[in-house]
Design a protein around this ligand. Structure first.
Ligand code: PBG
Length: 328
């Protein structure tokens, strides 16, 4: 056979050692951030119908999970509370109760497992009766009033032991407001990981079941989360959050938005994380359970894809399992 330069690209793929030599990206436990769902109670775990294999855990079990994560080399956890119904309200005041479920989980994990980083989600949906991330008046999501509540929420989280404040609400100006409040409160070393390019996505369905907001959500989140048709706008969001003081930014969801991850990586010099969200997790688990795809193989392939696209790390419900597999 005759072809250009006699170059046979398959040569490098013939053996395992050669494939290892030319591999361009690596996946290690330190790339993986593990989201945990917290519930009240002791020694309590509950199943999530749409997230097979993921459980909501009481604070004491979160501590055990944190130890397992640390031992597997996972650098950080992202916590999400399932607030009891009677504490959810229109004004989301539970968000800044210093003794709320989130704060108790943060402080319990911080004192038992100080080596692991703790990322606290800041948004009102986990505390509000309508499941919206912001305060609502006459059907409108209020921006500046919401930011004021988020600042208070971030401060109680920082005090409880959060290392990284992660606003996931998409209100304008929240990064600057939280940065200023953290600095004024003596929390200069607390980082902000901004959910900068967060899309109004159908892939969040299982998460909303997990934190108990799905059934109560009125309407959608399209006046604050981004339109999935847009990419330039994501660059503006990221640029703005960096200008306001974000230490790192996030793109979310993950796999359907790898073009955004790559574009962000090429355009900004800042750590970029991607969130392999609940619906992506469910797609892999359910397709694997149906015998359609190889489970472990698909999980690893999806995580490599994030790294290849330029993500510095991935928030993934597969984190513990994969970190353990990688360490073997
Ligand atoms: C909102 C929040 C959501 C997720 C993380 N933070 C859901 C939403 O915006 O409705 C979704 C994560 C996932 O789907 O895994 N505070």
């Amino acid at each position: 056979m005759e072809f250009l330069g006699g170059r046979r690209l398959r040569r490098a793929r013939q053996t395992a050692w050669s494939r290892a030599m030319v591999r361009e990206t690596v996946l290690t436990p330190s790339d993986l951030i593990w989201p945990l769902f917290v519930i009240e109670g002791h020694n309590e775990k509950t199943q999530i119908r749409t997230m097979p294999g993921v459980e909501r855990l009481s604070v004491d079990l979160c501590v055990e999970a944190a130890k397992a994560a640390r031992d597997a080399g996972i650098p950080a956890l992202a916590l999400f509370p399932n607030t009891p119904d009677h504490l959810r309200s229109e004004n989301g005041a539970e968000a800044y109760n210093p003794d709320n479920l989130m704060c108790r989980a943060l402080s319990a994990i911080k004192s038992a497992v100080p080596e692991i980083g703790l990322i606290a989600d800041v948004a009102l949906d986990e505390y509000s009766s309508d499941g919206q991330d912001g305060l609502v008046r006459d059907g409108e999501i209020l921006n500046d009033e919401t930011v004021a509540v988020m600042v208070r929420s971030a401060l109680v989280q920082a005090k409880a032991g959060a290392d990284i404040i992660a606003p996931s609400d998409m209100m304008d100006g929240r990064v600057a407001a939280i940065r200023e409040a953290l600095d004024d409160g003596g929390f200069e070393q607390k980082q902000i990981m901004a959910y900068a390019a967060k899309y109004a996505s159908f892939f969040y369905g299982p998460f909303r079941e997990a934190v108990g907001t799905g059934a109560r959500l009125k309407g959608d989140k399209r006046t604050y989360q981004m339109d999935h048709a847009n990419s330039d706008e994501a660059m503006r969001e990221i640029e703005q959050d960096i200008a306001e003081g974000a230490d790192s930014v996030m793109v979310k969801p993950g796999l359907p938005y790898l073009d955004i991850v790559r574009r962000a990586k090429d355009n900004f010099n800042i750590p970029i994380y991607a969130y392999q969200v609940s619906g992506e997790f469910a797609m892999i688990e359910m397709a694997a359970a149906a015998g359609a795809i190889d489970r472990k193989g698909s999980i690893l392939e999806s995580l490599y894809a994030f790294k290849r696209a330029g993500a510095n790390g991935v928030l993934t419900y597969f984190a513990l399992e994969v970190a353990r597999d990688l360490g073997r």
